[in-house]
Design a protein around this ligand. Structure first.
Ligand code: ADP
Ligand code: MG
Length: 396
């Protein structure tokens, strides 16, 4: 999967099209979290330092109608980018046309320009999201080379990634994209062993692809979170009123058979009579008797998982161990997060929006080797799927 990167091409005097992920939370024109803008800085700075002209673009939110455009302009993002870079950033409130073309023609080496939300092109026939070839061709015509640094949309074939690349313009990965491919790609395809996967979250149905892909590749697979109880049901264990997907019980049976002793399930669970943080909890070992639901893995399970993790060289974690949003059911996720964070000499990776949020919220984020920035894209990489946005980048 060796792909060309921004370091493999000459940028001097070039108009460098850079697809970034500026899909930040915006409310009343105020950016709630600028992590994604900061994450794009190394690639942008590299273009500036190498005398290229950086033409940046991104989607922001979903835009289907003219009314949807309100509050989805990239203007505040361009402003914030200027502050972060400490230099002037030109914003063009258009996705195509004379104003954009003139602004690009006026750029000098090292200049930075941002043009409007690519999804504004979705209002009239979903041109961006359906990868209208004319749009990809038009955007490609604005530059000399194309740098794709938007990992978060790499699992989608849109005009602003696949469309531009497929015109034949030289297409390379930015630093963020490169990092994602390196860490997640290597963890799955060529991991240092033992490689251990910890999979949680709400539903088996969301993670089937990941479990299936990782069974032959991982040395151990630990399961936690809501999907645990579908596996319990598959083993004929009682689960009280815990979350279960009855139509996935047969599949869970197959996965159990396929994984054999690689599969490690929780041995105790924190249960409550209601899905609430305000009712008493009890820790139940083994089968879940009574009219309660399991909302977190218990302390014995955390100890078992920590023991299983000892000596791991690669750890991939996707999905919280319980309903960590409620303090009564956060200890399983905290415990596992801590166990991974304390591993020495291991490459530790989080793929998954909620698991990343949990690590962030629990204060462990800086203890991981890599926290993926793309929820859906990282899940699809873990599933072993070919990501169209990634496939469209030139091979080394
Ligand atoms: P990720 O985004 O990391 O891939 P998911 O979206 O699959 O994770 O799952 C996260 C959600 O799963 C959280 O909102 C959490 O509350 C929920 N969850 C975890 N354990 C349970 C459980 N035992 N019962 C119900 N929901 C659960
Ligand atoms: Mg999620």
């Amino acid at each position: 999967m060796a792909k060309k990167t921004i370091e493999d091409i000459d940028l001097k005097d070039k108009k460098v099209l850079v697809r970034v992920d500026f899909n930040v939370p915006l409310k009343d024109g105020v950016i709630g979290d600028d992590t994604r803008i900061k994450a794009a800085l190394p690639t942008i700075q590299y273009v500036i330092d190498h005398d290229g002209k950086a033409i940046l673009f991104s989607h922001l939110g979903r835009v289907k109608t003219e009314e949807d455009k309100a509050g989805k302009s990239l203007a505040p993002v361009a402003k914030r980018l200027g502050e972060l870079l400490g230099k002037e950033v030109t914003f063009v409130p258009e996705t195509r046309g004379a104003e954009l073309e003139a602004a690009i023609a006026n750029m000098k080496d090292g200049d930075v320009l941002v043009f409007e939300n690519t999804r504004f092109e979705d209002v009239d026939g979903k041109k961006e999201s359906k990868n209208d070839p004319e749009l990809g061709k038009y955007w490609a015509s604005l530059g000399d080379v194309f740098v794709n640094d938007a990992f978060g949309t790499a699992h989608r074939a849109h005009a602003s990634n696949v469309g531009i690349a497929s015109t034949g313009i030289p297409t390379v990965a930015g630093f963020l994209m490169e990092k994602e491919i390196k860490f997640i790609g290597e963890a799955v395809e060529d991991p240092k062993r033992p490689m251990i996967a910890i999979l949680g979250g709400a539903k088996v149905s969301d993670k089937i692809g990941v479990i299936k892909n990782l069974i032959p590749k991982a040395d151990k697979i630990m399961i936690g979170g809501g999907m645990t109880y579908t596996f319990y049901a598959a083993k004929g264990m009682k689960i009280g009123k815990s979350l279960v997907e009855t139509d996935k019980i047969d599949l869970a049976k197959e996965l159990i058979a396929e994984a054999g002793d690689k599969l490690v399930l929780p041995i105790d669970n924190v249960c409550a009579a209601e899905f609430s943080n305000d009712v008493p909890t009890e820790t139940i070992e083994g089968e879940i008797e009574g009219d309660v639901m399991a909302l977190d893995i218990g302390p014995a399970s955390v100890a078992l998982f920590a023991e299983t993790l000892a000596g791991a060289k690669t750890v991939v974690w996707n999905g919280p161990m319980g309903v960590f949003e409620m303090s009564n059911f956060a200890n399983g996720t905290i415990g596992v997060c801590e166990a991974i964070a304390n591993l020495e000499g291991a490459t530790t990776i989080i793929g998954g929006g909620d698991s990343a949020a949990a690590a962030e919220q629990l204060g462990f984020a800086d203890k991981f080797t890599h926290i993926s920035t793309g929820g859906g894209a990282s899940l699809e990489l873990l599933e072993g799927k070919t990501l169209p946005g990634l496939a469209a980048i030139n091979d080394k």
